[in-house]
Design a protein. Structure first.
Length: 252
């Protein structure tokens, strides 16, 4: 009877203990951290796993450590060669210091979005259109360095910035197409001229060999006869030495 009454008296304490544990325990995922504020002052970042706090004294803020993908909206820019264009990009970043991220900036996602937009306009405006179209790797690196430098005090690391699309006016697209066609024609003519120059050099070398060795000309005659004569060809070709022709037409 005494044991039963003792258990009945312990019930309120058990309920209070369970309530305190339930309100003080927090489960933090592997990809999360919680920043603990005790009476308004930041303590530290805890997690992952089971974390205990002081109820009604501590306040927590959860921070996601996974890489976040930010789609930078298309920005209207004027390139250095005065060409209007629309450029958009994608930015990848993640939190590396949860405490700085919580206390240094109010909304880091919105803040990074604004920095990415202004940096994209600034960098694209300093480049020519050809550079934007052909040297994207260089522009991506510059954007990543600029954005990462500005977000580093917030405990955020920008890992990748990539240009996605460059839109230019239709008139400019036609001009670029004409320029590319003219460039292809120029290269074709240069290649053709180089081929003719090399062929002329080979002919000159062959002429020099024939001049040194007259028998080579006779061999060339015979090869030409084989090429002209065919299975159904009725024409017969007889080469005459140049010395014989010179003797015939030699003035008396």
């Amino acid at each position: 009877m005494f044991l039963v009454s003792s258990l009945v008296n312990l019930v309120p304490f058990i309920i209070v203990a369970v309530f305190v544990i339930a309100t003080s325990a927090r489960i933090v995922q592997e990809y999360q951290r919680i920043v603990v504020f005790r009476l308004g002052r930041v303590r530290l970042a805890k997690g992952p796993g089971l974390v205990f706090i002081i109820p009604w004294v501590d306040r927590i803020v959860r921070v996601d450590l996974r890489t976040i993908t930010l789609d930078v909206p298309a920005q209207e820019v004027i390139t250095r060669d005065n060409v209007p264009a629309k450029v958009n990009a994608v930015c990848y970043y993640r939190v590396i210091d949860p405490v700085k991220t919580v206390i240094q900036v109010q909304n880091y996602n919105f803040a990074i979005s604004q920095i990415a937009q202004t940096s994209l306009r600034s960098v694209a405006g300093q480049c020519e259109l050809d550079e934007i179209l052909s040297a994207r790797e260089k522009i991506n690196t510059r954007l990543q360095q600029i954005i990462d430098q500005q977000t580093e005090p917030w405990g955020i690391k920008v890992t990748i910035v990539e240009l996605k699309d460059v839109q230019i006016p239709e008139q400019m697209q036609r001009a670029i197409a004409h320029q590319a066609e003219a460039e292809r024609d120029r290269r074709a003519k240069i290649i053709n001229a180089e081929g003719e120059f090399q062929a002329a050099q080979k002919l000159l070398e062959a002429a020099q060999v024939i001049a040194k060795e007259p028998i080579a000309l006779q061999l060339r005659y015979l090869q030409t006869m084989v090429e002209i004569s065919g299975e159904q060809n009725t024409t017969t070709f007889f080469p005459l030495p140049m010395e014989f022709l010179k003797s015939m037409f030699k003035p008396s």
